[in-house]
Design a protein around this ligand. Structure first.
Ligand SMILES: [Zn+2]
Length: 174
């Protein structure tokens, strides 16, 4: 009979650890060298500030991917519900508040990087979003600009005059 991988006192040492998923799949070996096959995860409450991942690297990645796919499906479902009913489900509102808080907590540079990564990961979606945004805002954007120019007419003209006179000054040969 195989040893129970959850009995950490018999199978887990500082150097060797059993991966429960490897064990469940019947892989041999399922007791792996910690330094090669497990992640060191930041864990402030653990001794030294780190802990060994619960699963081997391969299974940690698989579980993370499965978790992301599950969350993505849940989000899609909530958005579909919102679109169909015109009412934002409370769970989606909570998620959006969380995303907004995370976004607001980021630095300017982190935001720029996150935005760029999103675009690079989904160039087609990005182009479609831009087209949709332009189509939806073309008229209102033009009206907004026109209103701004009308309200700031004197300041705009003054700036234009200023720029022209500077151009004259720099382009005139002395
Ligand atoms: Zn494993």
């Amino acid at each position: 009979m195989r040893p129970d991988p959850d009995m950490s006192d018999t199978t887990d040492t500082l150097e060797w650890k059993a991966c429960p998923d490897c064990y469940a799949e019947g892989r041999v070996p399922y007791i792996l060298r910690v330094a090669d096959h497990f992640y060191m995860k930041k864990a402030p409450r653990y001794k030294g500030g780190y802990r060994v991942s619960a699963y081997c690297k391969e299974h940690e990645k698989q579980r993370a991917a499965a978790q992301r796919a599950k969350q993505k499906a849940e989000r899609a479902e909530l958005k579909a519900e919102e679109e169909a009913t015109g009412i934002t489900p409370p769970a989606l509102a909570t998620l959006r508040a969380k995303w907004r808080a995370e976004w607001n907590g980021r630095s300017r540079e982190q935001r720029r990087m996150a935005h760029r990564n999103t675009i690079q990961a989904n160039p087609e979606t990005h182009r479609a979003n831009v087209r949709r945004y332009i189509a939806a805002h073309r008229d209102s954007e033009r009206a907004r600009k026109a209103a701004w120019y009308a309200a700031n007419r004197e300041a705009v003209l003054e700036r234009m005059r200023h720029r022209r006179s500077r151009l004259r000054l720099t382009s005139k040969p002395s």
